[in-house]
Design a protein around this ligand. Structure first.
Ligand SMILES: [Zn+2]
Length: 245
């Protein structure tokens, strides 16, 4: 997950979005977003330039709040977010979840009033708005699907029910954790497991080197694998991770 707060405040970003507003061309939107995320999907951190296990990865524009339920803001670009085609189409789709009466509520009807939209407490993380470090930690795990790097709620239900549910629902929606429960007969699921294993392999050697205080090796791995380009690195710097292997 990539922290994208501040993206809309960047001058270059805004200028490009103004052009996008006029010309409505997919590429004009994708460029500033993918520059900001080092060409990664902000949710699953797949590389948007390379194929994964011969599955083509495509950068798509998602309506964070689906136009089906939020038709009034369908052209408002602050509602748009870059995603890989798997996160957007195979997982998120038209689903939208909010926190209502201390429970998970699945949006089923249209919301048109702007103040009602603004008052909503959403249960799908928006990395442009939310502080993702309040919501998730990383977990390096041995699972029946192999060694994976997964997202996990930072807080328990008792500590902070809203953040806990927001983490759980986002992880479930995008299949960014609980790999063990995933049915890998689905092509998209199989790919997600491959990706989460790839993330594990990219970062584990770096952490092992740090643990052994072999800083030269850690730095070499960090550079070789371009780990600074990942949002995961910010979690690691803040010690928001657990190793369960
Ligand atoms: Zn993705």
């Amino acid at each position: 997950m990539i922290d994208m707060r501040g993206a809309f405040e960047e001058k270059d970003f805004l200028e490009k979005l103004e052009v996008f507003k006029r010309e409505k061309k997919h590429n004009i939107f994708v460029e500033p977003f993918s520059n900001f995320t080092n060409t990664k999907c902000p949710y699953c951190e797949v590389d948007l330039l390379n194929n994964l296990d011969s599955r083509e990865i495509e950068a798509t524009i998602d309506h964070y709040r689906p136009k089906k339920y939020y038709p009034r803001i369908k052209s408002v670009y602050q509602n748009y977010i870059l995603m890989c085609n798997d996160c957007n189409n195979a997982y998120k789709g038209n689903e939208f979840l909010i926190y209502k009466d201390n429970e998970v509520y699945k949006q089923t009807e249209q919301v048109v009033n702007r103040s009602d939209i603004e008052a909503e407490e959403t249960l799908i993380v928006n990395p442009i708005k939310d502080n993702i470090f309040d919501i998730f930690i990383l977990k390096f795990k041995y699972t029946n699907k192999g060694k994976t790097l997964e997202l996990y709620p930072r807080y328990t239900e008792n500590d902070n029910k809203y953040f806990y549910l927001k983490a759980q629902e986002t992880i479930k929606l995008f299949a960014l954790g609980n790999c063990e429960d995933m049915d890998n007969s689905r092509d998209a699921n199989r790919c997600r497991i491959i990706l989460l294993k790839q993330h594990f392999n990219n970062f584990y050697g770096f952490l092992e080197a740090l643990k052994k205080e072999d800083f030269a090796k850690a730095s070499q791995i960090r550079k070789e694998k371009k780990l600074n380009n990942y949002g995961f690195m910010k979690f690691i710097k803040q010690k928001l991770f657990k190793i369960e292997v």
